[in-house]
Write a protein that binds this ligand. Structure first.
Ligand code: DOR
Length: 435
């Protein structure tokens, strides 16, 4: 049976304006026709109502923690990929800090297979940079690259040893993979629970200084200059980090960067009530940092919006600030936070937000043969349909993720996913997952 996405307007990587009204016809896993509104025959077709909606290529998240294997109390690949589909994502890169970590072929293949079984979005495991993410011995890059791993990271930890990082970049360059760094000089953040600044002094809490991120961004830009390897900077959070990446790009270095929805919308003041839901690594920062991240997204210094979806079960997260693990969920709110913060404010167009959610991350993850494609005849049907003006209130009790640690509980946001199509199959219809 064919599927027709009817009544929407297409905004994709080839669009230059607000998009064009068109109906999209899907057969099998491909787009077989793009026609004038109302021109597609509807008999024997499933119709997805897209009136008032944008139709685009599905989103790609460079930064999802799925917790399986090892921490299934907080999330499973099935629940996490369902949350992703509800958020409009058709592909996600699974972070490697599972237990066991994703440093071997068997774990990586397990994660990919569980993703396939869930069938809600394409799950692409990242690989560790070092065995067990312990920062001592390089993981078997070639073995992991041979089974399709394209992004390597020790996320959750930064690689502290500059020699090890240099070698990782040299091997990475030769294998054509991308190294993704969690930028944190650990010696500078020992015991830290929040951004080092006025708020943290007032609360009497140990601080995580901006310099701990910026030193590693700077070091890795220089290692990138030395080795010529591709480097991606995860969850950048400070003004100076954005400036460093801007200069590195102007120098022609092959660096890319991401920012999270929470770092462009929430400040360190959120911690004033000592609620661990706002504890995250890197920490929420200042209004000046938020403004710089937004400028970076608007001028293309920051290529991607990535969620750092980090589910933690209530019994883990609801502890005192010093003990609670850092992290917040984000897959189901990413689009809405981006539209609210960036488009409603007039800073960016819908199209440029879609670039940061779809085709830029698809390219960085090496998934651009199937995701982030134009909405055109012959292309894979990995699509999202969203209403950019729908208003809704986030409720932690209504999330598909197994954990409810959203920092946006109770917030009014604009923009909501209506349908998600994965490989031609509607996995979300009218805001509800079909399996
Ligand atoms: O806040 C965070 N949570 N930052 C990270 O880098 C890791 C993540 C997690 O795995 O919970």
């Amino acid at each position: 049976m064919r599927t027709v996405i009817s009544g929407g307007r297409i905004v994709d990587s080839t669009t230059t304006d607000d998009g064009r009204p068109a109906d999209v016809v899907i057969d099998g896993d491909r787009i077989v026709d793009v026609v004038a509104p109302g021109a597609a025959p509807l008999d024997d077709s499933r119709v997805l109502d897209a009136r008032g909606c944008v139709v685009s290529s599905g989103f790609v998240d460079l930064h999802t923690h799925l917790r399986e294997p090892g921490r299934e109390e907080s999330e499973t690949i099935e629940t996490g990929s369902r949350a992703a589909a509800l958020g409009g994502f058709t592909a996600i890169v699974a972070m490697p800090n599972t237990d066991p970590a994703q440093d071997s072929r068997i774990v990586v293949e397990f994660v990919r297979e569980q993703g396939r079984r869930a069938g809600m979005c394409d799950v692409h495991p990242s690989g560790c940079i070092t065995i067990g993410r312990a920062g001592e011995v390089l993981a078997p890059f070639a073995e992991l690259a041979a089974v399709g791993v394209r992004i390597f990271t020790d996320d959750g930890n930064g690689v502290q040893d500059p020699l090890l990082m240099r070698r990782a970049l040299e091997y990475g360059r030769d294998l054509g993979i991308t190294l993704a760094q969690h930028c944190e000089v650990a010696r500078l953040t020992l015991g830290a629970v929040m951004h080092e600044g006025a708020c943290c002094s007032r609360l009497g809490l140990p601080g995580w200084p901006a310099i701990a991120e910026e030193l590693m961004v700077h070091r890795d830009i220089e290692l990138c200059r030395l080795t010529g390897a591709r480097m991606h900077f995860l969850h950048l959070s400070t003004e100076r980090s954005v400036d460093l990446v801007r200069t590195a790009k102007a120098d022609g270095l092959p660096v890319t960067a991401e920012a999270t929805p929470h770092h462009i919308s929430l400040t360190d003041e959120m911690l004033a009530g000592f609620d661990p839901v706002f504890k995250v690594n890197p920490p929420l920062r200042t209004p000046a940092d938020i403004a710089a991240l937004k400028r970076g997204l608007a001028d293309g210094t920051i290529d991607a919006i990535a969620t750092d979806h980090a589910p933690h079960a209530d019994h883990l997260k609801e502890q005192t600030l010093d003990v609670a693990p850092p992290g917040m969920i984000g897959l189901e709110t990413a689009l809405s936070v981006a539209l609210t913060e960036l488009v409603e404010s007039g800073l960016m167009s819908i199209r440029s937000v879609l670039a940061a959610l779809s085709w830029n991350p698809a390219r960085i993850a090496g998934l651009d043969s199937r995701h982030g494609r134009p909405v055109a005849v012959g292309e894979p049907a990995n699509l999202v349909v969203f209403d950019p003006s729908a208003r809704w209130t986030v409720d932690r009790r209504n999330v598909a993720s197994k954990s409810g640690n959203t920092p946006f509980h109770g917030r009014d946001l604009v923009g909501r996913v209506r349908h998600t199509v994965l490989n031609g199959v509607a996995v979300v219809v009218d805001g509800t997952a079909t399996k």
